[in-house]
Design a protein. Structure first.
Length: 518
């Protein structure tokens, strides 16, 4: 497949960037679109990780000061993750991502080419699984239990679309998958019952990837302030919609106004068209081109309720996918209802703004035009999620659904989920909260039902930095106020957003560079 952008002319600088990408193979393949990694699994053995780390940092830095700093932060983050934290021994999610085949479902290349890559990748499963079984020796029991559904889901429809010639590879992969399931099941029983990594580790995990120190106590205080702000806004919006019903009862009623399992896709498609049209009309981001489709998430990705799978920066253009996850048909009726409430007509619009426009989808369109390989390939997750979360409320300022308080209610409810993630990430991993207490926080502070609250709390056991949504949003808002003061009458949302997105998806500690290019 022809790459979307030519390789940089400076091969020494490219080799240094390649060394980073070699340690983030699943993200480099799917999020950045480096399809030289198609059909390959990353070597996550202890020896393989050590060899890859030795290749980091050799060669000249990029000439551009921002790109040099961006690259150095990623190198620092990888050294922390693999050398100090040894996450490949602690977190099965790294190994699951390494086995992931859903990346070949996107239409980035002809079907035959993608099927061949998928089969080649499938053939790596036995060795990659055996590596995972040998390497995953420090997994906490709550982490193993939380990820077991995703581990089991890896084998659903495993050989679909590969033909009869693939049967031996499918059989070998299924056998390997059974070994992985058994290992994770064993860890769920015998692993450390305490999943807390400790305050120092959590702060390092968050800060190492952002090029800035992290004060957990300060962040926890910001989370409380943000929670109180959102609850006040929620109270005001509920009073506008129905002054005779209290917020708790009204939210409960609004959450129960949702499509059934079969209707989720149709409603998501309609709202997707709406948010794209609004974003274009108001010029909120530089790019809204391309095609965004809506579909059901692959089985191995159904631990999340909604997600964007975008056309990546370094590949030929193709449709992006807004994936949604309906409840499983064999769930108890009560759990089905709890899950469907996430897609209520009050919250689905905010979710769609986050995932599509001006959130992840339009961010991806900007990434395709980023001016350097570093910015296109090294995609900071905290900025990406912070940007999409920022977009949810930002569109209100631009007039989105301005006469419908339900959208404000929806953004408050989504915001409360994100701020409780931040609070629970800190609480779970400093030992201040138990898993049951975290579930209760999601129920009480974010108004979630039991199934959704449990899913959110369980995610915090293995995705320890999932408070990044609120954190990233707050950093963007603080930068926006400084831009407003610096640029004075020349400030506009369009100008600020264009300057920010020109940086790609940078570490938070580098966002100040937007003020100099805006």
């Amino acid at each position: 497949m022809t790459q979307h952008h030519p390789e940089p002319a400076d091969r020494a600088a490219t080799a240094r960037l390649d060394a980073v990408c070699d340690l983030i193979v699943p993200d480099a393949r799917e999020s950045a679109g480096l399809h030289r990694y198609d059909g390959l699994s990353q070597d996550l053995s202890s020896d393989g990780v050590t060899r890859a780390l030795e290749r980091l940092g050799h060669g000249p830095a990029p000439e551009d000061a921002h790109d040099a700093a961006h690259l150095e932060v990623f190198e620092s983050g990888l050294r922390w993750t693999y050398e100090e934290l040894e996450a490949h021994r602690r977190n099965p999610l790294l190994h699951l991502s390494n086995l992931e085949l859903a990346c070949y479902d996107r239409e980035y290349a002809p079907a035959e080419q993608r099927a061949a890559a998928k089969l080649a990748h499938l053939r790596t499963w036995p060795e990659a699984v055996d590596t995972a079984v040998r390497t995953l020796d420090e997994v906490a029991a709550p982490v193993a239990r939380a990820l077991l559904p995703s581990v089991r889901g890896m084998a659903v429809d495993l050989g679909e679309g590969l033909g009869r010639d693939a049967e031996p590879a499918v059989e070998a992969a299924l056998s390997a998958h059974g070994r992985l399931v058994a290992h994770i099941e064993g860890l769920a029983e015998s692993g450390d019952p305490d999943c807390a990594v400790g305050a120092e580790v959590l702060a390092r995990e968050m800060g190492a990837w952002e090029g800035m120190p992290v004060d957990l106590e300060q962040l926890a205080g910001q989370a409380r302030t943000e929670r109180d702000r959102l609850r006040e806004l929620l109270q005001e919006a509920c009073s506008r919609l129905d002054p005779h019903t209290g917020p708790l009862a009204l939210v409960d009623r609004l959450r129960r106004d949702h499509p059934d399992s079969e209707g989720i896709l149709a409603e998501a498609r309609a709202v997707t068209e709406e948010v794209l049209a609004f974003t274009r009309e108001h010029g909120l981001v530089p790019w809204t081109d391309g095609e965004c489709r809506v579909g059901i998430a692959p089985p191995s990705r159904r631990w999340g309720m909604a997600a964007m799978s975008w056309a990546a920066p370094e590949e030929d253009d193709a449709p992006s996918w807004f994936h949604v996850t309906p409840p499983e048909p064999d769930w108890p009726a009560e759990d089905v209802e709890d899950w469907l409430e996430v897609f209520s007509r009050t919250t689905l619009p905010a979710i769609t703004v986050h995932e599509v426009a001006p959130g992840h989808y339009t961010h991806a369109r900007a990434l395709r035009r980023a001016p350097s390989a570093v910015r296109r390939r090294l995609i900071g997750v905290t900025f990406a999620e912070g940007w999409a979360h920022y977009a949810e409320e930002m569109v209100i300022e631009a007039g989105f659904r301005e006469n419908d308080p339900r959208y404000r209610i929806g953004t408050c409810l989504e915001g409360l989920v994100r701020v409780v993630r931040l609070a629970c990430s800190i609480g779970l991993h400093t030992g201040e909260l138990s898993l049951d207490e975290a579930i209760a926080r999601f129920r009480e502070d974010a108004y979630l039902g039991e199934a959704a609250a449990r899913s959110e709390a369980l995610r915090g056991t293995f995705d320890i930095g999932y408070g990044r949504y609120t954190w990233g949003r707050l950093v963007i808002l603080e930068l926006r106020e400084r831009a407003r003061a610096l640029w004075g009458p020349d400030f506009s949302l369009s100008r600020f957003h264009a300057a920010l997105l020109a940086l790609g998806s940078p570490p938070l500690g580098l966002l100040d560079h937007a003020l100099t290019i805006g």
